[in-house]
Write a protein that binds this ligand. Structure first.
Ligand code: ADP
Length: 768
């Protein structure tokens, strides 16, 4: 039997089908004959006949018989019963053979003929009203009027219907004749509505069926056209469909999926050109861009992890040890995150970059969230979507950037958060970092919970002073003390110089940086705890060398020490070196600063007056108190100078660079400076000191000893006094620093004064 494949034609039993004779010949490879039986099969998608395969044909077909071969160039096929196609063969000449069995309709009750006729009339009426106006205008009223069943109406309209081949096939596959007719009727009404929608001139007459079908017609039309477009350009599948697929595939939790679908529906309703569509689009883009899947827990080989950490960073032994411990715990507990680490230290000590290494060691994604200057709670937790320009908070934004649910997230500069009238960002962070709560962290923008419990959080800060207590309690502090000159040299050789070469594109043999030059850069052209400045100097050197190499056509340059001033285009930092000459009343102190420790000179002066004490410089309340203690103590140390104190004013100056909280640790420096002043005994600036002093003259311990001693070494100090109780802390101080300094413990202030040969009148501090 002849097989006629057809695309996008409604195949309905008991209707007339009009086909162009040429098409028939082309599709069947035969000449049409009246009375010839044919099997009509529907194609799933439009294809050239030569490309048609068995899979392109639907399994239910329709039997038909050619009733007319018309001289006007078309044939009429009367369709009969449906057929189950059991086998399809396509031959080399592209003709098709099928084996098929009759497929019967379901037995059904008789329908009411009168009601049926009314239904048909109504449908025809609706059609006639619109035929003239719309696409199917070529169908004449008279022609429509003579059709005597709903399937026939559908058959003649077939070429003008929007419906897809699936929609059409579903009708053929419907076993109930009554339902089939219902579907056809619905399909025609929907198409009428579609045409009306496309035409503003449509009358506003709302008939009962219109309401029912209008909406579904609209959706169908959009869907159909969209699908057509998508099929034509699979590369730009429409946003709505893309989001639909993305939501389905994302693995979102039920709340998130519900919200996303709600927003997607809004987007569909509003259309892509509405004012709101941009923000709806952004939302969907954001939530579908997040990873909602749990990542697999991997066991990390500790040796491998150590290797990665060692590759990326020189030194930092303790820090690396602590990180490896964390990894071991995570392995044991089968967790993707452990305690939250807080790296504290001066800028450029590698806090952020080691976070990146940790991610590499764990084989996880790395993302950095800068918190410096964040004042607004919404920057952490997101803005509610009711605001124009609402955005997700930085945490969820980071997760989105990482594209996984378990990145290593470095929260940088957590000590630079501040509070404003817009809420407290630190309290929002508390929630992020709380293992009890962060599995349902709800960003205001997303408005649905997200599980942050697999994120490994690492925070960094320069100083602990400004971190709110509750936040600090959640974290484990790891100190980055800064580097000694030898460590810096090693970092420069192993990391900074190779990177600088690479950045500029010069080879190792083209630029020679000798040890002497490197040491000079470290000691005279940088003055820092970390290596940021050093990195910049190396970059500069390479850039300048690149110019020299090209301009002078040289193969190699060796930088000489005395060229550094010119090459680096900066003055050596002599001003930060300790002075040579000492004066009475001026003593070198050591301060802990967020930048990693510094020396500072505490200056005192007496002028004629009435015993007033003036204090200038950077001061906090603590500082004021320690000056009062110091003045009283000095008065007690020098009972015979009572008149001097009465008839003179004392001026004490703390230079910039000391932090207000440094007050107490400047105690012994202050007492020594005043003692040197009143006894007129100059002290060399090469001697520095740090220690708290009490009213009875005992020296109390201080913090930040490693940073302070490193600062002393950098500045060229020779001799340092530290509180006796701090002697234990020397364990944390690099040997190189200890070798460079003479370190003397002090229990009483008189230990310091005696060692400096400052005469004291009342060494036992007896009350006079
Ligand atoms: P921080 O976050 O402490 O301010 P960074 O991590 O930004 O410091 O480090 C600044 C630069 O110094 C980076 O290029 C980093 O690679 C480099 N660096 C710091 N410490 C080391 C180290 N121990 N080994 C190698 N490079 C280091």
């Amino acid at each position: 039997m002849t097989v006629l494949p057809l695309y996008n034609v409604i195949l309905v039993p008991e209707t007339n089908l009009y086909i162009q004779t040429d098409s028939y010949k082309k599709m069947t490879g035969k000449d049409p004959q009246t009375q010839e039986r044919v099997i009509l099969v529907a194609e799933k998608q439009k294809k050239k006949r030569e490309e048609l395969t068995e899979d392109d044909l639907y399994p239910i077909g329709l039997a038909g018989i050619i009733t007319e071969v018309n001289s006007n160039g078309y044939i009429v096929i009367r369709t009969k019963k449906r057929a189950d196609i059991t086998e399809i063969t396509i031959f080399a000449d592209h003709t098709i053979a099928v084996t098929a069995n009759k497929r019967e309709d379901l037995p059904e009750d008789e329908v009411n003929a009168e009601a049926e006729r009314k239904r048909l009339d109504k449908l025809k009426q609706a059609l006639v009203t619109y035929t003239a106006r719309f696409q199917w205008g070529s169908l004449s009223r008279a022609y429509i009027a003579q059709l005597n069943s709903i399937p026939e109406v559908a058959a003649v309209m077939s070429p003008w219907l929007f419906n897809s081949s699936e929609d059409r096939y579903e009708i053929l596959a419907e076993d109930s004749k009554n339902k089939r007719i219902d579907r056809l009727e619905k399909m025609i009404y929907e198409n009428i509505e579609m045409s009306k929608i496309g035409n503003e001139a449509a009358t506003a007459q709302e008939e009962d069926y219109q309401k029912i079908y209008r909406e579904s017609a609209l959706k169908k039309q959009i869907q159909y056209m969209q699908k057509e477009l998508d099929d034509m350009h699979p590369e730009n599948v429409s946003d709505v469909r893309r989001f639909e697929i993305a939501i389905e595939e994302s693995g979102m939790n039920p709340e998130a999926e519900k919200e996303a679908r709600k927003v997607l529906n809004r987007l569909k309703q509003e259309g892509q050109n509405s004012s709101e569509s941009g923000s709806l689009y952004d939302y969907l883009d954001f939530v579908t861009g997040l990873s909602w899947k749990k990542e697999e827990q991997k066991n990390i080989d500790l040796d491998e992890a150590q290797k990665v950490l060692d590759e990326d960073h020189s030194g930092l032994k303790k820090v690396k040890e602590r990180i490896i411990q964390q990894v071991a715990v995570m392995n044991f507990k089968q967790q993707q995150s452990g305690s939250i680490l807080l790296f504290v230290g001066a800028p450029g000590t590698g806090k952020t970059s080691i976070g990146k290494s940790i991610a590499r060691a764990l084989g996880r994604k790395y993302v950095r969230v800068a918190l410096g200057g964040v004042r607004d709670e919404a920057e952490i937790r997101g803005h509610r979507r009711t605001y124009i320009g609402a955005m997700p908070g930085r945490i969820m934004d980071g997760i989105n950037k990482a594209g996984v649910s378990n990145p290593v997230m470095v929260l940088d500069e957590i000590d630079k958060l501040s509070t404003s009238y817009n809420g407290d960002p630190a309290s929002a962070l508390l929630e992020v970092l709380d293992p009890e709560q962060n599995n349902t962290f709800t960003d205001h923008y997303m408005n649905v919970p997200y599980d942050l419990s697999d994120v490994m959080f690492i925070c960094t800060a320069n100083s602990l002073d400004t971190i709110p207590g509750p936040l600090l309690n959640r974290m484990e502090v790891i100190q980055f003390q800064g580097y000694t000159p030898i460590e810096k040299k090693e970092i420069a050789r192993d990391h900074l110089i190779p990177k600088a070469y690479e950045k500029v594109g010069i080879r190792k043999d083209q630029l020679t940086i000798t040890d002497e030059v490197l040491e000079t850069i470290i000691s005279e052209y940088t003055m820092e705890g970390g290596v940021r400045g050093l990195k910049k100097r190396m970059d500069t050197l390479c850039r300048v060398a690149a110019v020299e190499l090209q301009r002078n056509h040289k193969d190699n340059i060796t930088v000489a020490k005395d060229q550094l001033r010119e090459y680096l285009d900066m003055h050596p930092m002599h001003s930060n070196k300790v002075k040579k000459e000492g004066k009475s009343g001026i003593i070198t102190g050591l301060a802990w600063t967020a930048a990693g420790g510094a020396i500072l000179y505490i200056e005192t002066l007496m002028t004629k007056g009435k015993g007033k004490v003036t204090v200038t410089g950077q001061l906090g309340d603590v500082m004021k108190e320690s000056t009062q203690i110091a003045v009283s103590l000095v008065k007690a140390l020098y009972p015979s100078k009572a008149e001097l104190f009465e008839k003179n004013d004392i001026h004490i100056h703390f230079p910039d660079g000391s932090t207000p909280k440094d007050g107490p640790s400047a105690g012994i420096t202050l007492v020594t400076a005043l003692s040197s002043l009143v006894s007129d005994t100059p002290v060399t600036p090469q001697v520095a000191m740090t220690g708290e002093v009490s009213l009875n003259g005992s020296v109390n311990p201080i913090g930040g000893l490693p940073e302070k001693l490193m600062a002393a070494q950098r500045a060229g100090v020779q001799h340092v006094f530290i509180p006796e109780e701090n002697m234990d802390d020397l364990r944390d101080v690099a040997q190189e620093v200890k070798d460079a300094l003479t370190i003397t413990p002090a229990r009483e202030i008189t230990d310091v004064l005696n060692a400096l040969k400052i005469p004291v009148e009342n060494p036992q501090l007896k009350n006079e």
